[in-house]
Design a protein around this ligand. Sequence first.
Ligand code: 2HA
Ligand code: ZN
Length: 274
Amino acid sequence: MKKLDILTAPYVQEMMETTANLYRLGWDERNGGNVSYLLDEKDVTPFLDVNKVVRQIPMIFDASALKGRYFIVTGSGKYFKNVEKAPAENMGIIRICEDGKTLDLLWGLENDAVPTSELPSHLMSHIARLAVDPKHRIVMHNHASHLLAMTFTHELDEKAFTRTLWQMCTECLVVFPEGISIIPWMVPGTNEIGEATAAKMKETRLVLWPQHGVYGAGETMDEVFGLIETAEKAAKVYTYVQAQGGVKQTITDENLWALANAFGVTPHPGYLGK
Ligand code: 2HA
Ligand code: ZN
């Protein structure tokens, strides 16, 4: 059967739109940021012959837990600014091989490009999220400006940081009731930072990388984008509040409990007072 044009695939379109939006928001300067999106084989077969491997790419960690799974991923060193105009050069569709340490490239990453340098963090996070949410699909990393700035000025305690974000916009508690996790500063692209991020991903869909950026995970592109956008908005409000001379009144814990009850969400245990 004749294959459909891969550029018309909904997930390819979503990746193009999302990377363009992230660039325009100023969160992905130069080659900053990366996105990976778990696909079902049935999402891929209308567009690609999955037996036709363009090339094989080695990987620095063992992702056998994901063997046979398909992902669309942004490329290493690629600029989000350019994805929309040259999708096949800036992202690709890969499948994890049986050995867990090799990737089959099925489309894209033209001119010998390779997947994002953060692939270990992404794949380990996918494994962690799938264990707690079978509908999980997407991992997104970017350099959201105000969240990044806050990692210089706010104490890096998960409870304190989460509470500050919850207090900055009424929506925050509803959007991320489990809070935001924080890892220590670490060298990006390593298995170690991947392991630290994935360990946090078991509990929260948002993980902050101090002096670097943020990771988000979720079931759809809109959900993950919206999740990071909401936390980033809270960080922006925090920045304005500090610039305006600091907090005079805030959303109280009593208010936050009322919100949690009204929207049927469970705040991270121990983060709110009585
Ligand atoms: O891919 O953002 O963390 C560029 C980065 C690395
Ligand atoms: Zn980064």
